[in-house]
Design a protein around this ligand. Structure first.
Ligand code: SF4
Length: 364
């Protein structure tokens, strides 16, 4: 594959299916040969997943943007009474989904929200249950490790009990957000009011023990070091070794524009986005799926990322809010035809899947 002399040992390890070490991961972040890095990640993707690229037809439901956490990197959260603050009723949430259901391929909902200061766990649970009863055909993925930790704290229940109740109400999988960087140093500085790294991992571990799959993510490009990015990937890899419950890994480049960090932090470059995608594929050797989330990467970068290790491009989304409040310049939703075109142009085979990666149909 033509690695430079300096990286021949890593290339050899990858081609022999040997696990990369922390030191290897850090060295890869200092590699300037992006084309080689991409080719190596693409090789692993090809071996592991073939040419299929997953997408789904889904709808994001953000029940409220009122949030007690005030994370420094967030442009979505508001205080009650702020301009643009909202909290949906059950009926409004159902109305939003009903509108999205005009698309006959709609397969699932992605429900994530702020940590509302006065909502009880029962209120979140009640809306989830109502969505499930109204739309039993839709796959319900929702709530991050941060929200579930919050539910346990406000209800006095354990994380396990919260998850059991959510599962009984129709929840099928947990969303991957809220992991940010799994480092106490970073979290203490950027988001001290929400789940710690250990609490986030504990939700994922407990969910997997209960048979609830979860996603994993990494929000990068803010105050973290490259070593902390690698350590983050290793924490996910270790947990995956233990439980095998993560379905996909999503790279989220930080969008600083409308956040408190916007003055001092510049948005990641395409170069950084692509190397991070490739290194995630190489380090997370026990994850089958790596997602190029077009909302944050932008559609063109997500398309190129399909050649840097990604085999999943998320979904149509219908109407994205969280990242657009942070200044995302991508569209709020994509048509299925556009997603199919993007994947085909990259020389790959689009596969409409449900939110559990079961293929509904492939498009030739
Ligand atoms: S990132 Fe999530 S928890 Fe933090 S302020 Fe925003 S909505 Fe709230």
């Amino acid at each position: 594959m033509l690695a430079t002399k300096e990286y021949e040992d890593i290339e050899k390890k990858v081609l022999q299916g040997e696990r990369l070490s922390r030191e290897d991961g850090i060295r890869l972040f200092h590699c300037h040969d992006l084309a080689w890095l991409g080719a190596l990640a693409d090789h692993v993707r090809q071996e592991k997943c073939g040419d299929i690229v997953y997408y789904n037809v889904n709808c994001h439901v953000n029940l409220t943007n009122i949030c007690t956490s005030h994370c420094e990197f967030c442009a979505f959260g508001r205080d009650a009474g702020d301009k643009g603050a909202y909290a949906m009723t059950k009926e409004q949430a159902i109305g939003l989904v009903r509108e999205a259901l005009k698309d006959p391929d709609m397969g699932g909902l992605h429900v994530v929200s702020g940590l509302h200061p006065t909502w009880s766990f029962e209120q979140y649970l009640g809306i989830l249950q109502a969505l499930h009863e109204e739309f039993p055909q839709l796959y319900l993925k929702g709530f991050t490790g941060v929200e579930i930790t919050h539910f346990a704290k406000i209800s006095g229940l354990s994380v396990r009990e919260v998850l059991e109740k959510l599962k009984a109400a129709g929840l099928k999988a947990i969303a991957g957000g809220g992991a940010e960087i799994l480092s106490d140093r970073v979290r203490q500085e950027l988001c001290p009011n929400k789940a710690t790294a250990e609490e986030w991992l504990n939700v994922a571990r407990t969910a997997h023990q209960l048979g609830i799959p979860t996603n994993a993510s990494m929000l990068y490009g803010h105050i973290e070091t490259l070593e902390e990015r690698v350590d983050h990937l290793l924490k996910l890899r270790n947990l995956q070794d233990e439980t095998h419950g993560f379905q996909t890994f999503i790279c989220f480049p930080f969008l600083p524009k409308h956040t408190k960090l916007g003055q001092r932090i510049k948005q990641t470059s395409m170069w950084d986005d692509l190397r991070t995608m490739a290194i995630a594929r190489l380090m997370l050797d026990n994850f089958r799926n790596i997602k190029a989330y077009w909302v944050m990467l932008t559609v063109p970068v997500a398309q190129v990322a399909l050649g840097f290790g990604a085999n999943d491009i998320d979904g149509t989304i219908h109407k994205e809010n969280i990242m657009h409040d942070a200044g995302a310049e991508s569209p709020r939703g994509l048509s299925e035809d556009t997603i199919i075109r993007i994947i085909k142009e990259a020389g790959r085979v689009p596969a409409l899947c449900d939110c559990n990666f079961n293929i509904i149909r492939t498009i030739d």
